[in-house]
Write a protein that binds this ligand. Structure first.
Ligand SMILES: Nc1nc2c(ncn2[C@@H]2O[C@H](COP(=O)(O)OP(=O)(O)OP(=O)(O)O)[C@@H](O)[C@H]2O)c(=O)[nH]1
Length: 400
């Protein structure tokens, strides 16, 4: 980890003060403890497990406590939300299965040179496929892998159980709904059409629910509540999980998560690339901060009865451009060293100020900083700021 970022992350420990012992980020409410026990029990019966992880954090979104049990099962890791991850390392053609399924491997020519994550999981002999749970074709590819892995068992078992597990908010329910849609069209399953509940906040699913997706043999998929480990190993993993939305915002605090995001962007120099994306627009940017918008922090639109002149899409596009322009300018004009903890903190403070303006949050708003953080995080989480992969590929296992 870069030194400036490390300092900010470390400082977060003291300032957040989650517990007297040093402030680890943990979210393990009662329902998660109960769900973890139930998942462990059901895992014994599962014929195959789809472990859903977040493509932006392929390692940090693994539930480490469940790994020994998952290692012993037929498993496919679905790296979901690939549309939000860096495409260079989550390329759409990067269906890569471990050597036991080598005949399904795509020709190596199809791999972009830096398809590092896919290569990493291959080096661990772990079947993995990047997906977008909302895309039928993407889920279809996952199903092909699942069916292939179940081929032997399908011949001898009348009923099969596929479990979908993962940390909160990685898209398990969205995936199950897509699987059911595909299955209903393919197998004409005679069953009342119930849907798994999908939501933007973590912890939506609190019960284990089964959905029949095929008959002869009957195949059931089990949706499970997202579960974290009782003790997240280090603060940076906790911050990454928070940034991806797997830890409830109130556990860490939106401001701290937004500061972490800014620290990542600055130390990676990401805003310097935004200049090129927005080159045409940047010249014409007008800051409209003096306009007094009543603001609803839950979404990105002003809470005004009169709709904005421009369409919603254009409004959000302009907002994104203004935000990117503001962050770019502060970084480009910054005389300090982003690798220095104090300098980086000063820069982030400046960026909070310009963000307030760019996000059109009134100067006197009592909770302006919180509103800036919420809006900024929403832009990141919806992919409006671009695609990011926050975890680094472990070097020791990377195939060169
Ligand atoms: N961009 C994008 N968003 C997704 C994708 N899959 C799911 N989502 C969104 O992520 C959020 C969480 O999805 P859920 O399916 O509720 O996640 P979950 O894992 O079931 O969540 P818990 O109930 O907390 O365990 C929702 O807003 C989904 O629309 C994806 O592939 N890409």
């Amino acid at each position: 980890m870069r030194s400036g970022l490390k300092g900010v992350v470390k400082k977060g420990l003291g300032e957040m003060g989650f517990n007297a012992g040093g402030g680890a980020i943990n979210w393990f409410p009662g329902h998660m403890a109960a769900a973890t026990r139930a998942i462990r029990d059901r895992l014994k019966l599962a014929d195959l497990v789809i472990e859903v992880r977040d493509s932006r954090i392929p390692l940090s979104s693994a539930n480490e406590d469940l790994q020994p049990q998952l290692d012993a099962k037929r498993r496919v890791i679905a790296l979901n939300k690939k549309d939000l991850a860096n495409p260079n390392i989550m390329h759409v053609n990067c269906l890569f299965l471990a050597s036991s399924f080598s005949f399904l491997l795509l020709d190596s020519i199809l791999y972009p040179f830096d398809c590092k994550w896919i290569r990493y999981f291959d080096s661990c002999k772990q079947d993995c496929i990047p997906i977008n749970a909302h895309s039928k074709s993407s889920v279809q590819k996952l199903l092909e892998v699942v069916e292939f892995k179940l081929k032997e068992v399908i011949l001898r078992e009348p009923t099969l159980l596929v479990m979908v597990v993962g940390v909160p908010n990685v898209g398990k329910s969205a995936l199950i709904n897509s699987i059911r849609q595909i299955a209903l069209s393919r197998f004409a399953v005679q069953e009342k059409k119930k849907r798994a509940t999908v939501g933007p906040l973590p912890g939506v699913t609190q019960d284990i629910a089964g959905y029949k997706i095929a008959h002869k043999p009957s195949i059931y998929v089990l949706d499970t509540p997202g579960v974290l480990v009782p003790s997240i190993p280090d603060i940076e993993t906790g911050l990454k999980l928070s940034l991806a939305g797997s830890v409830k915002d109130s556990v860490v605090g939106e401001e701290r998560i937004a500061q972490y995001l800014l620290a990542i962007l600055n130390t990676r120099g990401t805003p310097l690339h935004w200049k090129h994306w927005n080159n045409r627009k940047m010249d014409g940017i007008r800051f409209e901060s003096e306009e007094k918008h009543k603001y609803n922090p839950k979404d990105l639109r002003p809470n005004s009865r009169k709709p904005p002149d421009v369409s919603d899409v254009v409004y959000v596009e302009n907002l994104v451009t203004e935000v990117q322009c503001a962050i770019y300018k502060t970084l480009a004009e910054f005389n300090g060293n982003v690798e220095d903890e104090n300098d980086l903190e000063n820069l982030i403070e400046q960026q909070f100020e310009v963000l307030q303006k760019a996000l059109k949050i009134p100067h006197k708003a009592s909770e302006a900083r919180l509103m800036v953080s919420k809006k900024f995080l929403t832009l990141f989480r919806t992919g409006k700021l671009g695609c990011f992969t926050l975890d680094d590929v472990p070097e020791t296992n990377t195939v060169s």
